[in-house]
Ligand binder design. Structure first.
Ligand code: 5RP
Length: 229
């Protein structure tokens, strides 16, 4: 009898476990946020249970809680200037390892942890692979007082801005207490120019375009994990 092909959840798990296989004893590990990262937390927790010594830096409060529950020691990033390896999910990623992140609203902390890391491995199932970035909106974290101004600036840049709300209609707050605006641009012809433009808008504290941070992609596919460097 044939083994069933990996479904989407299985692809996430396989990619996450391949990435956790790159963690060496003594490393400081940046731990991502989301459902794919949750598989990495479980796998890393198992390795810690087997004796691996790691220090984790979490990209969100939810990840910190899940990692601690899995037995992983989590420390604050504030006194740490260098992380060995960051493992995190993506919302979409192109052939040049440029990605959009932040569907979980954690892209500000995720960007800092990724930038502090010597190496970042993105983990994803094959639905995340795109020919051109922009199928999904670019999430931006915004100081609440700047909401209307940032909406106007996103429109000036050609985007369609939506303040992220929960089902009750209340604006979602980031771990830092800021609002999230999802900025839809459609196919992004020049991601670097857009990243620069977003970064220069006062009130935008961070955005979900990750254009230079990712070194390696572990992509779960129906045929197993494909590595893209
Ligand atoms: C959170 C993120 C996540 O990594 C991204 O949304 C992918 O999540 P998932 O693995 O659940 O698809 O950027 O801010």
């Amino acid at each position: 009898m044939h083994k069933p092909l990996p479904d989407r959840a299985e692809q996430k798990r396989l990619a996450a476990e391949a990435a956790v296989g790159q963690v060496a004893d003594g490393m400081i590990v940046g731990i991502g946020t989301g459902s794919t990262a949750a598989y990495a937390i479980a796998a890393l927790g198992r390795r810690v249970g087997e004796g691996l010594r790691v220090t984790g830096v979490a990209t969100s409060l939810a990840t910190a809680a899940a990692a601690r529950a899995a037995g992983i020691a989590i420390v604050d990033l504030a006194p740490i200037d260098r992380i060995d390896l960051c493992i995190d999910g993506v919302d979409e990623i192109d052939a040049g390892l440029r990605a959009i992140k932040g569907a979980g609203g954690a892209m500000l902390r995720e960007k800092i942890v990724a930038a502090a890391a010597d190496r970042m491995i993105a983990i994803a199932d094959e639905t995340k692979r795109v020919g051109q970035l922009g199928r999904k909106p670019v999430p931006v974290e915004v100081l609440p007082m700047a909401q209307a101004f940032v909406v106007r600036e996103i429109a000036r840049l050609g985007g369609d801005a939506t303040v992220r709300c929960d089902p009750a209609g209340t604006a979602v707050r980031s771990d830092q207490g800021n609002i999230i605006i999802d900025a839809a641009f459609g196919a992004i012809a020049d991601p670097a120019a857009l990243a620069t433009a977003l970064s220069t808008v006062p009130g935008i504290l961070g955005h979900g375009l990750f254009l230079v941070e990712i070194d390696t992609l572990y992509l779960g596919t129906a045929d197993g994990v494909v590595t893209v460097d």
